[in-house]
Design a protein around this ligand. Structure first.
Ligand code: ZN
Length: 440
């Protein structure tokens, strides 16, 4: 009797489990074929990527709509899987087709657009950012559909042509022109991750990002007097610029404590590991990214130029006012020979997504199912993602990357050895499927 009861209880659960021996090879082949489409941005030609995704969805009867955002082949795509509840607004899954360019010569022994499996990794541009997650979204929807499982609420997946150059033709264009197609209660995007060393050495901390820093980009231009390099003058634009950059970047200490960073610190056992990531999330940062100067190409060594330029990539913590930050920089430089131009202003402080929600709890539950030893925490990320564009509209947007990555693999994103651990990719596929079949 007891044995029968157990059997009867186990049967429906077994029936609801996909045949992973079939799903996994399909997921791998999907990711490999996707990587083989070089959807580099610029120019964000994503027509082939959109057609590829459309074919896979339509083959199982998932409805797809594509949108031409630019004048050429910049395509966005929306796929929809209807849900049981009409009262609940959809969950929006967000990913992007586009990838950053590659320096082919620097890819040692691997084709960046090959999708080869080697040493336990899938290699290629976009594996981490973010075709791997895009495929997890696809597989979760396709598997639900194939098994006849209806999600609790409608699932809407948006894949965009442009995230890597700011999203003007991607999320921003979709919200401006087809906002009604993106109606949702929650957004699930890239952003967070699980890791055993980025936050705290030897401790699995799993972050779901709920906030990010605000990018503020500035250009400093110094003007001086052009002259012969044999006779130094006090009005040398290069020297004026260097002095101003040093003063501008002398940041005052003492940023206000941030609640999300404090939650991360607690999850990390009270103290962060030292590293550039943990340093960046605790303060406002400024990075000198470009310097331009000289007369002629190549620039002449014996000519003092009349102008010199530098760009600084500033990243502000949530709650920091960009205008006040700029006034502070100007006051520190205090030099009339320097002009400051803001080339990218944050679109207003998007703040932090509420993480006391049904979806956040569902994500936490799924993470703990696969990683019972994980410390799950809301997370602030130092870079920017498309989530901001939804947060500024008041939607909770979470960065959920269902991968456990060591710092050295995370660092391959945008690099010449970008790769995703195969076992983590497969676990991520299962996790995303479990998120989609959760009720929240
Ligand atoms: Zn990305």
């Amino acid at each position: 009797m007891k044995a029968f009861f157990l059997f009867a209880l186990a049967l429906p659960m077994l029936a609801a489990e996909p045949d992973w021996t079939v799903v996994e090879p399909y997921a791998l082949s999907l990711l490999q074929r996707y990587i083989q489409i070089p959807s580099i941005n610029p120019p964000a030609d994503t027509r082939a990527a959109a057609e590829f995704m459309k074919r896979e969805f339509e083959a199982v009867g998932i409805s797809v709509k594509t949108y031409q955002a630019g004048t050429g082949n910049q395509m966005n795509l929306v796929a929809r899987l209807p849900g049981k509840s009409k009262a609940k607004k959809p969950l929006l899954l967000l990913n992007h087709f586009d990838v950053v360019p590659v320096d082919r010569a620097a890819w040692k022994g691997v084709d960046p657009f090959g999708g080869a499996v080697k040493d336990g990794f899938i290699w290629g541009r976009g594996t981490l950012d973010m075709k791997g997650i895009g495929v997890m979204h696809m597989i979760a929807m396709i598997t639900m559909k194939k098994m006849g499982l209806v999600p609790d609420r409608e699932i809407v997946m948006l894949a965009t042509c442009d995230e890597e150059t700011g999203g003007d033709l991607g999320v921003r264009w979709m919200l401006a022109n087809h906002g009604a197609d993106l109606e949702a209660e929650y957004v699930l995007d890239e952003g967070g991750l699980g890791t055993r060393d980025v936050f705290r050495q030897g401790k699995l901390v799993y972050g779901i990002s709920v906030a990010e820093k605000q990018p503020l980009w500035i250009r400093l231009r110094a003007t001086g007097t052009a002259a012969h390099g044999s006779q130094p003058n006090a009005d040398n634009a290069n020297m004026i610029l260097l002095a101003a950059v040093a003063k501008a970047m002398a940041l005052p200490e003492g940023a206000k404590p941030n609640a999300v960073v404090e939650a991360m610190r607690t999850a990390s056992g009270g103290a962060f590991a030292e590293g550039k990531f943990t340093a960046a999330i605790q303060r406002n940062t400024m990075t000198l990214t470009t310097l331009r100067s000289g007369v002629g190409d190549p620039p002449k060594i014996n000519v003092i130029p009349s102008a010199a330029e530098a760009t600084i990539d500033c990243r502000l913590l949530p709650g920091v006012n960009a205008d006040e930050f700029i006034s502070d920089i100007k006051a520190r430089m205090n030099d009339p020979r320097i002009t400051l131009e803001v080339t990218n202003t944050p679109p207003g402080d998007p703040g932090t997504s509420n993480f006391e929600t049904g979806l956040f709890r569902a994500l936490k539950q799924v993470i703990l199912k696969y990683h019972p030893d994980a410390e799950v925490t809301p997370m602030l990320v130092p870079y920017s993602t498309d989530s901001t564009k939804f947060r500024t509209k008041g939607l909770p947007a979470y960065g959920f990357t269902p991968l456990v990555l060591p710092a050295n693999i995370l660092a391959t994103m945008h690099s010449d050895s970008e790769r995703i651990p195969l076992d983590q990719f497969y676990t991520g596929v299962r996790m995303m499927f479990d998120v989609l079949r959760s009720e929240f």
